[in-house]
Design a protein around this ligand. Structure first.
Ligand code: ADP
Ligand code: MG
Length: 243
């Protein structure tokens, strides 16, 4: 493992090991549908430690995306709190939540959301430059990450010139470009054929292990979920460990 990729690892190792990097406490999320209230999350609890990978496996509509959005500070819970590295976030002002999200959390979605007019390299450079790195520093890490994900020959391709699996690997590189400590992936291989999904998932889990990230990956694929450290599901709005 190279120095840059290992940075997050060192930080994680120096941190307080018994505090989960991500802790959802009594999270509730309700949606109003006509006269009915849908209790999508109803006291959901989930703790994840640095270096841990968790598969979130539940049927469509169970609340996986809702849980990931709340864990990633993109949405507020109606009740409960989200602790990042031991710090409660529900009461923080928006700019502080945004800062934590930008520094500590990476997202991968089902579709890649890459900027179409930029190359693979530029898509991975940009978040780092927005965060204040120089172009040279950002470029070094982008080249390394894309190389690590097997894309060294695709640096200057635009998304439309890449296969679906390659696009998702660029999206993964972009998500971890700023060395977050938490990676949240919402059905990241849901649009890919089985073989490509397998390949992308292998790259993702290898990166997660090597960098000491804590990760939640929502997936329908039990075979892929079996390769992660833990498997959880949602039952009646609560997180339940699976065997
Ligand atoms: P999953 O990702 O597991 O498929 P979601 O978290 O996207 O599930 O959605 C869970 C449930 O909440 C679904 O029934 C969905 O229709 C409902 N839902 C999600 N977002 C909203 C919203 N903004 N307003 C009303 N209902 C919503
Ligand atoms: Mg979803």
């Amino acid at each position: 493992m190279s120095d840059t990729l290992a940075d997050a690892n060192v930080e994680a190792a120096e941190g307080e090991q018994d505090i989960p990097i991500l802790f959802l406490q009594g999270v509730e999320r309700h949606y109003q549908q006509g006269d009915a209230t849908l209790h999508i999350l109803n006291g959901a609890e989930l703790a994840i430690w640095a270096g841990q990978s968790v598969a979130l496996v539940a049927p469509s509509g169970a609340g996986k995306s809702t849980l990931l959005h709340i864990a990633g500070l993109l949405e507020h819970p109606d009740h409960g709190d989200v602790f990042i590295d031991g710090r409660a976030t529900a009461g923080l002002p928006d700019h502080e939540r945004t800062r934590i999200r930008r520094n500590e959390i990476g997202f991968v979605y089902q579709s890649h959301h890459l900027l179409p007019e930029f190359t693979a390299l530029e898509n991975v450079l940009l978040p780092q430059m927005i965060r204040g790195l120089t172009r040279d520093e950002a470029r070094k890490r982008a080249v390394e990450l894309l190389g690590y994900l097997g894309l060294q020959a695709r640096l200057n391709h635009q998304p439309a010139e890449l296969s679906g699996g390659e696009q998702q690997r660029v999206a993964i590189a972009r998500a971890v470009a700023n060395a977050p400590r938490i990676l949240l992936a919402d059905e990241p291989t849901g649009n890919l054929d089985i073989r490509t999904a397998d390949h992308v998932f292998a790259a993702l889990t290898q990166l997660v292990r090597a960098s000491g990230l804590a990760t939640i990956i929502a997936t329908h694929n039990m075979e892929l979920a079996a390769r992660m450290d833990r498997r959880v599901t949602l039952r009646d709005g609560q997180v339940v460990e699976m065997e």
